[in-house]
Design a binder for this molecule. Sequence first.
Ligand code: NAG
Ligand code: NAG
Ligand code: FE2
Length: 415
Amino acid sequence: MAFINRKPLPSISLLYPCSTMAVKGLYLLLAIALTFIVVFDFSTAYDRPPAGKPLFVSNDRDSTSPQQVHISLVGEDKIRVTWISEDPTPATVRYDTSPEPDTVYYYQCGLNSSPVFSFKTPPTQFPIKFAIVGDLGQTDWTNSTLQHVSKSNYNVFLLPGDLSYADTEQPLWDSFGMVVEPLASQRPWMVTQGNHEIEKISAIHEDTFTAYNARWHMPFEESGSASNLYYSFEVFGVHVIMLGSYTDFGAGSEQYKWLQSDLGKVDRTKTPWLVVLLHAPWYNSNYAHQGESESIDMKEAMEDLLYGARVDVVFAGHVHAYERFTRVYKGDANDCAPAYITIGDGGNRNGLASKFIDPQPQISIFREASFGHGELEVVNATHAMWAWHRNHDDESVISDTFWLRNLAFVSASQA
Ligand SMILES: *[C@@H]1O[C@H](CO)[C@@H](O)[C@H](O)[C@H]1NC(C)=O
Ligand SMILES: *[C@@H]1O[C@H](CO)[C@@H](O)[C@H](O)[C@H]1NC(C)=O
Ligand SMILES: [Fe+2]
């Protein structure tokens, strides 16, 4: 790797830019399958307001110019830069100087003639702000959501599954890469998978998550996981666990054992906050996606682990609406359990899940079928502010807020 400043970088290093060859091979393979477009969504017995118009962004850079640039955190003080190019480019990233925390850096990938991007490293003190939204897709609503997120001054983006809605149409993965590049090249984007990432085509392409794993390589190796489908990472004071709803989760499964071991390593004096993301919500009072194994059986298998570890909050997507639950354990309000938030309202092309089950369960505090996004600002070791922003036409309107008290520091009676 060639750096403009050839001094070793003490606090940051670059790993594994996306392999051009791998992506091209993938293209060929999946191009054959284009006529078999698999739609993973379930039939809808409820009315949804219209989805946004599709947003397709094509690449207008030359064939050796990196496109779909995005960055992610890899272990302590490291950033991975990922890009795709039509023709091979050097796997090189140039920096202006040695990165420090909470600072903007300029960088260039591939050839000297390619575009210059900038990113901001996360701070190494509170506050830390996460932008969180699932089921992003690529429609007009996605654009509104991303416009609002870009104004939020967030440090790290968290996506609880369902990214591109390519559903095996590979050009839509490329377009998604371009739609998110303005944001994902500037701040770490940390994602986990949803059902739309599976892309298994019976008899033609038996493997699952091929495009997702190639394009969105997350730091699973660094977190002792055997699969890109579940992993963990830390930002100052916060341990984030990304679970996989669409891989084995039963007691005794690889994921289950990894989760047990990862939770066992968490040191709440170092990372007071413990946050979990997954796709299919364990608590949900919307008519959409009731009764699915990924919700019911995964909760059955893993709820005790999260409860025992005093996880602060669990974010999910899948249901295209917003819903916030109180702290819940085995269906009942419980001061020592995680709070549950469904934030599957990014802007996908299938529209909103607009019907909630009546009466509203007591454990469901706030629910609304609108597009939007969430922001979790971790203020200090004991307090974090959650704010849900509705896309109100083109405006971002804060519509639900609450203070989350850290479970490692607060006795049950105060929670
Ligand atoms: C996204 O929205 C902004 C602001 O409304 C607009 O300027 C921009 O052209 C939109 N982007 C796309 C790709 O449509
Ligand atoms: C943490 O932040 C909350 C909310 O702003 C504040 O009330 C509390 O005093 C802070 N705690 C410390 C130790 O600063
Ligand atoms: Fe989903």
